[in-house]
Design a protein around this ligand. Structure first.
Ligand code: PLP
Length: 458
């Protein structure tokens, strides 16, 4: 058994952590936390602290921690067959079963699932398939992809380019040129305060139309978006946004990639965000909630329309030149099957809707009147509180004040984990979908105290 100090030293000496201030961590200037266990919505660290994880890891542990049903399915699969690949038509019972289960839950126009390992690689697959599709259709110029500022689609070369957040571009020579960005559907940050929600939707549509005009519709292959903006601020779309955007895309024959890495399998109180907002996707990206992160797995679900062209492509050119060693890994697939069964048997999609509405209402009641709370918003079990220096003029705090991280730290001091979102003073909540009302009350009470500690009692 390692002593705690040994682990801490090894961590700082050897481990390159993602999304971490590397120097501060290596020098021991920032705290580390070593997690040792979890049950339900709680995790435990090595020091014996029990913390309510109101962000479900990275909004992924949807069924909650410590589910032995999934652990057992993983163990059984590992004992029976830990690995076989899926190339050249190979499969396992788990991967075939999971593909069927996904399509039974997905919007009706979807046809086939390709499995990857995480959301980033799934979106890489999507871009390649969009390019292949247009090449097969004889449209080699139609290749650019439109994403939104504040969208989050991963941190690879293409997917980091799709992501519309500065820290994922700076010093990495991103975004790459085939990626374009348009206005984020973020009503609270609308360009003029006197805009109504309808005015703002018209503005988003006009921006998109102008971009398409400038670039030429015959150069634009696809538009990618999350049903509810996630890491960019947890922002539900303004009323009427998606129907208006879809109309523009259809007019210009631009494919729609709906990135449901966060929203699929219940987070919004619907099985898919596409169902909730009436989205007719050509590709849907899934990951996190597919296995509740008990094992790494992602998927790209293709519509019948795209699938037909992909089939034509291989009839004309031979087998598709795309695949990962671990595509549809049987252990991850077994975790996915057990996880989706659990989502159903525990009624987690419904629970996300009802307890999510409760959490959002309670957060609004507790904090909306605070002089530094500009916006409380959410959908299902996503909830965000955005802070401002001055509410009437919507003046934001200077980033150097690090208000978001200070609020998250004060909340952590009260035993609740939330996330200081990367751009703006926004605290995000995305707890496991098994959250109870009592646990929602604990989150709201702790956060209210944390806000009062950092910003003063109103
Ligand atoms: N797409 C969305 C909407 C996400 O929120 C994320 C991760 O948070 C990704 C893609 C990337 O997924 P991963 O981190 O598994 O690569």
């Amino acid at each position: 058994m390692l002593t705690n100090d040994q682990l801490d030293r090894w961590d700082r000496d050897n481990f390159f952590h993602p999304s971490t201030h590397l120097g501060q961590h290596a020098r021991g200037e920032s705290p580390s936390r070593i997690i040792t266990g979890g049950s339900g919505v709680y995790i435990e660290d090595r020091d014996g602290n029990r913390l309510l994880d109101a962000f479900a890891g990275l909004y992924c542990v949807n069924v909650g921690y410590g589910r032995t049903e999934i652990a057992d399915a993983i163990a059984e699969q590992a004992k029976q067959l830990a690995y076989y690949h899926a190339y050249v038509g190979h499969g396992t019972e788990a991967s075939i079963t999971l593909a069927k289960m996904i399509l039974e839950r997905a919007p009706k126009n979807m046809s086939k699932v390709y499995f990857g390992l995480g959301g980033s690689d799934a979106n890489e697959t999507n871009i390649k398939m969009v390019w292949y599709y247009n090449n097969i259709l004889g449209r080699p110029e139609k290749k650019k992809i439109i994403s939104r500022w504040r969208g989050y689609h991963g941190s690879g070369l293409m997917t980091g380019s799709l992501t519309g957040l500065a820290s994922f571009h700076n010093k990495f020579d991103l975004p790459l040129s085939p990626i374009l960005h348009t206005e984020a559907p973020y009503y609270y940050r609308r360009p003029r305060l006197d805009m109504s929600e309808a005015d703002f939707v018209s503005h988003c549509v006009a921006e998109l139309e102008a971009l398409i005009d400038r670039e030429g519709a015959d150069t634009i292959a696809a538009f990618i978006g999350e049903p509810v903006l996630g890491t960019g601020g947890l922002v539900p779309p303004p009323q009427g946004y998606w129907p208006a955007i879809q109309k523009v895309l259809k007019k210009h024959d631009i494919l729609l990639i709906v990135d449901e890495v966060v929203t699929a399998f219940g987070r919004l109180g619907a099985m898919f965000g596409s169902d909730k907002y009436g989205l007719e996707a050509d590709i849907i990206t899934i990951a996190k909630g597919l296995t509740s992160a008990y094992a790494p797995l992602s998927g790209s679900i293709f519509s019948q329309r795209m699938w037909d062209v992909l089939v034509r492509g291989t009839d004309e050119n031979g087998a598709i030149g795309h695949g990962w060693t671990y595509s549809s890994h049987p252990i991850s697939a077994a975790a996915g099957v057990a996880n989706l069964l659990l989502v159903d048997s525990l009624g987690l999609v419904g629970n996300a809707g009802t307890v999510g509405a409760y959490l959002n209402a309670a957060m609004r009641d507790a904090l909306a009147a605070h002089p530094h709370v500009g916006d409380v918003r959410g959908e299902g079990l996503l909830c965000a509180v955005e802070f401002v220096k001055d509410k009437d003029s919507r003046t934001f705090f200077d980033a150097s004040e690090k208000l978001g991280p200070r609020l998250a730290a004060a909340l952590l001091g009260r035993g609740v984990i939330a996330r200081a979102m990367p751009q703006g003073d926004i605290i995000g909540f995305a707890p496991p979908l098994c959250l109870s009302r009592q646990e929602a009350d604990i989150i709201v009470a702790a956060f209210t105290e944390a806000v009062n500690e950092v910003l003063g009692r109103p």
